[in-house]
Design a protein around this ligand. Structure first.
Ligand code: ATP
Length: 509
């Protein structure tokens, strides 16, 4: 745990030191859960966006993208259920005066029991070696079974309490489980109350009554209310999808964990409109497709797991989370939800406008069902960034910090480095910059010894360093060094474009 906390601190400080992420309004002491992306952060973020956007729109003929406004008609949030039900149950510790999400306290308690199970499994794995049968062990070991039963019972009870909106019961559960405040260490809790997560503001003149608008808490509703515009103008046939990337705002109670939980963040969402009755097939399709997308980034499969929802939201008939192993444990990275016709039906009801689709093959009209994939851009950034940061011991005993980002996402694709700042090398290096900067984000660097320059590029994840030396001036060849292996090839400058293109080619599925 301490080791992971250390790692997490390193990730945060590396992100700041190298211009990826700064606390917002830092000179005014910052704001909780609000962050700014720096010069390399914005490149990485844009590259992630593009990677997702392409995989959705360019790679699927039946998916198009839109970009809708953050402000929307306030009735939309009544129809969607956000005004009445987009709440988190919060509880305060009276001694530390810290505020928590009741569900997170319970989840953390469950995670501790899970840890115990994992430790038992690890111990047994060591003891039995090759012949270890994990599934059998989990289903027969009394200690594991007992702990699993505890988890199941807490999960079920908590879900039932939330379902009944029984906040008194939630507090009782927290007390019964002996959950203490991590700061004060006491059980001196207030009552649990519901807190709406939407930010509201005023539009137009303050004197009017009906001028409250919300900052959207999700991008999906912009897609729902436009689905017929897109379907008609794009002559889309079901099944088809609409993708959107944009800002969302939530007044999160627990604002910890860096960019994992922010008050202003970005989502990448895609709503897929299907014939009623086919939604569960499509749900499976999207589960599989999204998993492939994640794996195409080259991150180990063991870092991901699906967490199927047993207790479903009122609008869903199937839901799963793709969880990622962040430095603080497995947490939700993406949600895939079969949302039925709930949203469109509600908008039909609240707007009084028909939102039916005419299916020419069936010769009938219906309100489509929807399967959505919803992923947080900032969480994806954190997953990729935290997985990439490595401290390596080199053969010569020295150490380096390297960010081995998926090459296609790296902020800078190649750096051009004249070995020395004279003899025409800077001029030659500039020539190479001019050759390549149309196609790749490049960086020129002539300051400090070459080794130090390599380290700087390693630390921001640049896949290639091109070095101009005396031989370059004679025969137009350069060395090109690869970030992860640190191996160097000597190639002609005319080969650079193909070399880099091949090296950073995306593997979008
Ligand atoms: P959580 O349970 O972690 O609050 P959620 O289930 O409310 O998340 P969704 O409403 O399903 O999240 O939103 C879809 C995605 O948007 C999430 O999987 C996550 O990646 C991202 N997301 C949600 N809230 C935040 C936030 N406050 N900061 C950053 N990303 C977020």
């Amino acid at each position: 745990m301490a080791q992971n906390e250390d790692l997490f601190k390193k990730i945060i400080s590396h992100a700041k030191e190298y211009g990826f992420i700064f606390p917002s309004s830092e000179i005014y002491d910052g704001m909780a859960a609000v962050y700014d992306y720096g010069q390399y952060g914005v490149e990485l973020k844009n590259n992630i966006k593009q990677y997702w956007w392409k995989s959705m729109t360019q790679m699927h003929e039946n998916i198009v993208g839109i970009d809708t406004a953050i402000f929307m008609h306030p009735t939309i949030w009544k129809a969607s259920g956000h005004v009445d039900a987009f709440n988190d149950p919060l509880i305060d510790n009276k001694d530390s005066k810290k505020r928590y999400r009741a569900d997170v306290l319970v989840e953390d308690h469950i995670a501790k029991i899970e840890d115990k199970i994992n430790k038992e499994v690890e111990k047994a794995e060591k003891r039995f070696g090759e012949s270890f049968d994990k599934a059998q062990f989990i289903s027969t070991n009394p200690r594991v079974m007992e702990n699993q039963a505890k988890i199941d019972s807490i999960t079920e009870r908590f879900a039932q309490l939330m379902n009944d909106n029984n906040l008194v019961g939630v507090k009782e559960l927290i007390e019964e489980l002996g959950i203490v405040c991590p700061i004060s260490g006491t059980r001196n809790w207030t009552d649990v109350r519901q807190f709406n997560l939407m930010f509201s503001t005023q539009m137009g003149s303050l004197s009017e009554d009906s001028n409250v608008v919300y900052l959207r808490p999700e991008t999906a509703q912009g897609i729902f209310v436009n689905y017929l515009n897109v379907q008609k103008t794009g002559r889309m046939k079901i099944p088809f999808g609409i993708a959107q990337i944009g800002k969302a705002f939530r007044n999160e109670i627990v604002a910890r964990q860096f960019i994992f939980r922010m008050r202003e963040f970005e989502q990448m969402e895609m709503q897929f409109f299907v014939r009623p009755g086919t939604e569960l097939q499509w749900f499976e399709y999207w589960k599989e497709t999204r998993k492939k997308w994640h794996l195409s980034l080259g991150i180990a499969e063991s870092k991901y797991r699906f967490h199927d929802h047993i207790k479903l939201a009122h609008y869903a008939n199937a839901a799963t989370d793709i969880e990622f192993e962040f430095p603080f444990g497995f947490k939700e990275l993406e949600g895939i939800h079969s949302r039925t016709d709930f949203d469109l039906k509600r908008h039909q009801e609240f707007s009084g406008k028909k939102l039916q689709y005419f299916d020419p093959e069936l010769n009938e009209s219906y309100v489509p069902y929807v399967v959505e994939t919803s992923i947080g851009l900032d969480r994806t950034f954190l997953a990729i960034f935290s997985n990439a940061l490595k401290e390596e011991k080199l053969e010569d005993g020295s150490e380096r910090v390297v960010l081995n980002l998926p090459k296609v996402l790296a902020p800078i694709k190649a750096a051009v480095l004249p070995l020395v700042k004279k003899d025409g090398m800077p001029e030659k290096a500039r020539e190479i910059m001019d050759m390549l900067k149309q196609d790749f984000m490049m960086q020129y660097d002539e300051k400090d010894a070459i080794g130090k320059r390599y380290r700087r590029q390693d630390a921001i994840g640049t896949p290639y360093c091109i070095t101009v030396d005396t031989q370059t001036l004679e025969d137009n060849t350069v060395t090109i060094r690869e970030r992860d292996t640190m191996k160097q090839d000597r190639i002609h400058i005319n080969e650079l474009f193909t070399y880099i293109s091949n090296g950073i080619r995306p593997l979008i599925k």
